[in-house]
Design a protein around this ligand. Structure first.
Ligand SMILES: CC(C)(COP(=O)(O)OP(=O)(O)OC[C@H]1O[C@@H](n2cnc3c(N)ncnc32)[C@H](O)[C@@H]1OP(=O)(O)O)[C@@H](O)C(=O)NCCC(=O)NCCS
Length: 150
């Protein structure tokens, strides 16, 4: 049975733990095919020591609940590998994680690219999502932006 979650969860920097199975299990859910090892390797290369992204997340009672990778841009941040463990979805964790990252980093803009239906999640978090069309995969792509300062 899931333990009840506290109202406030501390924002964790999971970058150094990104290869731990219980951390990888969550962020890889954001990939088109979570079990695709080649894709995992490409994502890992974007984090230290080769890349510069930071992986943030929430954990409770030893369970990694949600993850979100962050890249830096000239005027803000980009978010990637956004995922909540399936059994903990629709409990506000994804929104709280984005809010906690924004509160910590105070970026002027937050940008991400995503597929339907995740645009609904980003819209609910205050992003403006614009369609980039439907690629051959048949799943509509969106570019989502949260503007906090011009
Ligand atoms: C997208 C995802 C991270 C959302 O995480 P979550 O913890 O369930 O999100 P929240 O509970 O904070 O949702 C906040 C709001 O977003 C909206 N939302 C979230 N998931 C949604 C969905 N699948 N469809 C429509 N709206 C959704 C709702 O308005 C929700 O509020 P409500 O539950 O009060 O209606 C999660 O569904 C997930 O891990 N998906 C698979 C991984 C993935 O594809 N990631 C790629 C993102 S780029």
């Amino acid at each position: 049975m899931q333990s009840p979650l506290p109202e406030q969860l501390p924002l964790l920097d999971l970058t150094e733990r990104i290869r731990e199975p219980e951390v990888m299990e969550v962020w890889s859910l954001a990939g088109f095919d979570p079990a695709n090892l080649e894709h995992r390797q490409r994502v890992l290369a974007l984090y230290p020591p080769t890349g510069r992204r930071t992986m943030y997340g929430f954990e409770h009672d030893g369970v990694v609940l949600a993850t979100c990778g962050v890249g830096q841009t000239e005027n803000g941040i980009t978010v990637h590998q956004m995922a909540t463990r399936p059994e903990y979805r629709r409990r506000g964790l994804g929104r709280k994680l984005i809010e906690a990252i924004v509160a910590k980093l105070d970026p002027a803009t937050v940008r991400c690219g995503t597929d339907a239906p995740n645009d609904k999640f980003y819209s609910a978090c205050g992003f403006v999502c614009e369609s980039e069309g439907i690629p051959p995969s048949g799943i509509e792509r969106f570019r989502c932006t949260l503007t906090r300062r011009q």
